[in-house]
Design a protein around this ligand. Structure first.
Ligand code: OAD
Ligand code: ZN
Length: 249
């Protein structure tokens, strides 16, 4: 089998070109080339922190100031980051495709900034504040000066609008993601270690429903052996190359 980079790119481009419905699942790797640390790679976000110290409801109840310090540091970092060619290529793919859904585990908002519209943010959005007490939610665009932002409706503590370990996914998000996985003819799985459920199972769900599953990731993951095609490249290299190949076909 010819599994060279140009051959694989041409194959994915052909599948995408002929597909009426496309779904994409992204993880932290799609934002790596924007300068955002992934979770599990060396030097990753969890390396200096135990996830249960900063990303659980119990951690927030125990020490909300510490949790906000962590998320404010992330927000400050994100303000310095821009979408990369992979984000832009995915936004362009959506414009070229009749039925397109982008499912992301990322909370950084870069897909939206790049122009993606039909977007399911499975793990929430770091740029939302949500009240711990009354659930009031609001979009924010800067780092709060207060150690713990207060709810404008009830005065309660605001928390970041992300999904923490032990919490359920946003209502509707997983159903919409499963529906997109079930109806797609091609699913691209980009920059995720495929280790966190239920996100990781969506690719298997798509495969069982007959979709071609393509993994784009420089490292092997638990999904690699069952993918129809693997492009072992960085997302910022592979995605623009795929778009170019579609445009030439
Ligand atoms: P991980 O950090 O687990 O995995 C990142 C993946 O991206 C790895 O497989 C890398 O090989 C790959 N990667 C790195 N650079 C890349 C590049 N330039 N192009 C393509 N791939 C690249 O991140 P996720 O799989 O997103 O959940 O993690 C899933 C969830 O676990 C996160 O959403 C978060 C975390 O716990 C919550 O916070 C609820
Ligand atoms: Zn409130």
């Amino acid at each position: 089998m010819d599994d060279s980079f140009p051959h694989n790119i041409a194959q994915v481009a052909e599948w995408l070109h002929h597909a009426d419905s496309v779904a994409v699942m992204t993880g932290a790797g799609v934002s790596a080339e924007s300068g955002i640390a992934t979770f599990r790679d060396a030097g990753g976000l969890w390396e200096g922190h135990r996830p249960e110290d900063v990303a659980t409801p119990q951690a927030f109840q125990r020490d909300p100031t510490m949790v906000w310090r962590f998320y404010n540091a992330r927000r400050s970092q994100l303000l310095q980051c821009q979408p990369n060619p992979a984000h832009y290529a995915l936004a362009q793919l959506e414009r070229d495709c009749a039925n397109f859904c982008l499912i992301t585990q990322n909370v950084d908002g870069l897909h939206r900034t790049a122009g993606s519209r039909n977007l399911i943010e499975l793990h929430g959005d770091i740029w939302i504040d949500r009240c711990w007490d009354c659930n009031h939610a609001q979009r924010v665009d800067k780092v709060s000066a207060e150690p713990i932002p207060a709810c404008p409706k009830c005065g309660g503590m605001m928390r970041p609008g992300v999904v923490w370990f032990g919490e359920t996914l946003p209502p509707g998000a997983i159903n919409d993601a499963q529906a997109a996985a079930a109806r797609c003819e091609v699913m691209l799985v980009i920059g995720t270690s495929s280790m966190v459920q239920p996100a990781a199972s969506l690719a298997m769900f798509a495969a069982q429903a007959g979709a071609k599953v393509v993994e784009i990731n420089p490292q092997a993951t638990p999904l690699t052996h069952s993918a129809d095609l693997v492009i072992a490249e960085k997302a910022g290299t592979a995605m623009p190359a795929i778009l170019e190949a579609i445009e030439e076909s």
